[in-house]
Design a binder for this molecule. Structure first.
Ligand code: URA
Length: 205
């Protein structure tokens, strides 16, 4: 399974400020936007294009335009913090939602909402900022595959080796894009060094 680690000085800069516990929610949201923009560009690098001829003010010229519709599916609630760059870059994107809540005691994911647009024939990207145990991501990916997605991508901000291994086990064909691959999970299944609870830091809860 390909694991694509975003390699860009700006990505390292944004991740470091996201990790900083003194970063306030407003700045955290901006950093999450900026980093997700870089990730969105990386995760769509190989989108197919088709030839299209356009008229410039001077003459006709062949060009290329996107050939495949894009669907982005944030895992609620923290995935919402990565959505906006996809909407900005791809105005025609369709958005699905999967609500998976993590029990803080057992660290197990429980699905409370799933609304998906038609997925067959589209490039499908699931966004989940923190790939910790991998349980939520693997469950979300199973839901999107059951909905017709072929070879969906997973885009996250920080991944733990345990989460990568879990997704690899359940979805070996899948590509994961991440801005950081961290050391490990702690006993409460938080990523180390990580950045804490992404949703809490995003929304100041
Ligand atoms: N979810 C988070 O928001 N942070 C972690 O460290 C793990 C899961």
């Amino acid at each position: 399974m390909p694991l694509c680690l975003l390699d860009h000085p700006l990505a390292a800069h944004f991740v470091t400020h996201l990790r900083d516990k003194t970063t306030k929610p407003a700045t955290f949201r901006t950093l999450a936007y900026q980093l997700s923009l870089l990730l969105a560009i990386e995760a769509t690098r190989d989108l197919p294009t088709i030839e299209k001829t356009v008229e410039t003010p001077l003459e006709s010229t062949p060009g290329r335009v996107l050939a495949q519709p894009l669907v982005v599916i944030p895992i609620l609630r923290s995935g919402l913090g990565m959505m906006q760059p996809f909407l900005d870059l791809f105005p025609n994107v369709s958005v699905g939602y999967i609500g998976l809540e993590r029990d803080h005691e057992t660290a197990r994911a429980h699905s409370y909402y799933c609304k998906l647009p038609p997925l067959a024939g589209s490039r499908v990207i699931v966004v989940d900022p923190m790939l910790a145990t991998g349980g939520s991501a693997a469950q979300a990916l199973s839901l999107v595959k059951a909905g017709g997605a072929v070879a969906p991508r997973l885009v996250c901000i920080v991944a733990a080796p345990e989460g990568v291994a879990e997704v690899e086990k359940t979805h070996p064909e899948l590509t994961i894009h991440t801005a950081a691959l961290d050391r490990a999970l702690n006993a409460r299944k938080y990523i180390l060094p990580g950045l804490g609870d992404f949703g809490d830091r995003l929304y100041g809860t």
